[in-house]
Design a protein around this ligand. Structure first.
Ligand SMILES: [Zn+2]
Length: 344
């Protein structure tokens, strides 16, 4: 067989090129994993394989920049629901939660279960299985382990601040006091190391309904919410020095001078402290997901990528879909679930 110019030719799909321009019905030719030609009526004889894209959309992979797939990705690395919806890159370690420091189990304390159960609405029995799958104990090995599992989408990670606090202070101390100077310096060091390893930045959280789930902590919020502005400022300086990203969620109390504004009046999402104003301090601030009925972080995350709540006015129903999606994903990984409605 004669050698062809292209590996694959996709004919007649409606092509969204990612620029924001209106889609066009054109052909796309691919060679060695890259687009080699684009145009109308490209010659089929030049391609080893021809795909009829009539009636289909063809578009760049979506980047889902706010997920909590930290646990699912190790049980079901293909993340088939994510890929099926067109997402090719996911970010984990959002909202101060993650697994990059390992299991972090100490005595009867199990921080991953304690933190994820109520925030992410996942049964403890499932989370315990997830913790068993965690085989690393430092941020470098965490990133490395992604090379050893059959990932579906690409994965990138934030350093989760709640877990960073737990790593240095222990769970009980992380929800009861400020770090000592030595502890804060250790957090800076771990964060500095992680920036060198390739983490995207650091995540914190301020949502007032993010509580721990294990006794005797059930009246306490997750560790990141115990940090002073001074602690945040020192850690975020490390992030800024590397020109990385701070991911956070609305802090409802004015504890840190951040407050949520409506976006429908073209007012900014964030009001930021005087010394962190965009333009004044060169900081770019952007919304990570569009606000939806069930909250900035509650809607628009699953099952597809970022965007407005796909079911306007039905935020709670959508939350139900999210839960079903998450549970089906875990079930597919062989985790035994008693019932979707299991009390957690
Ligand atoms: Zn989140």
């Amino acid at each position: 067989m004669a050698k062809t110019a292209w590996d694959t030719l996709i004919k007649n799909a409606l092509v969204f090129d990612g620029s924001g321009a209106a889609p066009q019905q054109v052909d796309i030719a691919i060679k060695d994993g890259r687009i080699a030609a684009r145009g109308r009526a490209l010659p089929e004889a030049e391609a080893a394989a021809v795909i009829d894209g009539e009636g289909q959309w063809l578009m760049p992979g979506l980047l889902d920049i706010h997920t909590h797939l930290d646990l699912e990705v190790d049980l079901d690395p293909g993340l088939s629901e994510v890929v099926r919806h067109g997402t090719t890159t996911v970010l984990v370690g959002n909202c101060s939660l993650g697994t990059c420091f390992g299991q972090q189990v100490e005595g009867d304390q199990n921080p991953i279960v304690d933190c994820f159960t109520r925030v992410e609405n996942i049964p403890k029995s499932v989370l315990n299985k997830c913790v068993e799958a965690v085989k690393w104990d430092n941020s470098g090995d965490y990133l490395d382990h992604f090379s050893d599992i059959p990932l579906g989408p690409n994965v990138a990670a934030f350093v989760p601040h709640s877990m960073l606090r737990v790593e240095v202070m222990g769970l009980n101390e992380s929800i009861s006091r400020d770090p000592t100077d030595a502890e804060l310096a250790q957090m800076e060091n771990l964060l500095e190391q992680a920036m060198g390893q390739g983490y995207l930045g650091m995540s914190t959280d301020g949502l007032p309904f993010h509580y721990l789930a294990n006794e005797p902590h059930t009246d306490q919020r997750i560790p990141t919410q115990f940090a002073s502005f001074g602690e945040m400022k020192r850690l975020l300086k490390v992030v800024r020095n590397h020109n990385r990203v701070w991911q956070t969620t609305p802090i409802r109390e004015s504890r840190q001078g951040l407050s949520l504004f409506s976006t429908d009046q073209r007012t900014p999402v964030w009001q930021v402290p005087e010394d962190l104003r965009p333009g004044v301090d060169g900081i770019r601030i952007g919304a990570q997901s569009a606000p939806g009925v069930s909250g900035i972080c509650g809607a628009g995350q699953y099952p597809s990528a970022q965007g407005p709540d796909p079911l306007p006015g039905t935020g709670h129903q959508f939350s139900g879909l999210v839960r079903r999606y998450r549970l089906s994903s875990l079930r597919g990984a062989g985790v035994h679930l008693q019932t979707d409605r299991q009390r957690i």
